[in-house]
Design a binder for this molecule. Structure first.
Ligand SMILES: [Zn+2]
Length: 132
């Protein structure tokens, strides 16, 4: 099989890879842990040995996290203010904790999704035999 065949072959379906990434598992086998610690991507999958160090997630997961949390929390804070008219300290405390908690929940999952998309699309050296 040539490199061109590998690029056109659809052996890395996007949706299952993204779901595995969301579960913070290896996009190839779905078993091995993708992350070491909270956010550090492992160099290789501990289960199947798939190389994961090719990823270039960079600021993407943080951007997506801010995008999602902002679009969820901004309308919610408006709704809570109009509906309940809470004390400002209560409102800001509740939403500060909510924003931090949701961000901490989403960040590693969105990073897994982003690495999985790069793996499925063979970006940045994923699937490049010269880099194996
Ligand atoms: Zn694996």
């Amino acid at each position: 099989m040539t490199h061109a065949d590998a690029l056109t072959e659809d052996d890395r379906p996007m949706r299952p890879a993204m779901l595995r990434g969301w579960r913070r598992r290896c996009p190839n086998c779905g078993e091995g842990q993708l992350l070491r610690g909270y956010l550090k991507v492992r160099d290789t999958c501990p289960n199947c040995g798939e190389e994961l160090h090719h990823h270039r997630a960079d600021d993407g997961p943080a951007y997506l996290t801010i995008l999602v949390v902002g679009h969820l929390m901004a309308p919610l804070i408006m709704w809570a203010f109009v509906t309940y008219r809470p004390d400002p300290v209560v409102l800001s405390s509740v939403f500060a904790v909510g924003c931090v908690a949701l961000s901490l929940y989403l960040l590693p999952r969105l990073k897994g999704v982003m690495v999985a998309i790069q793996w499925a699309k063979r970006m940045h050296g994923f699937g490049d035999p010269a880099h194996d």
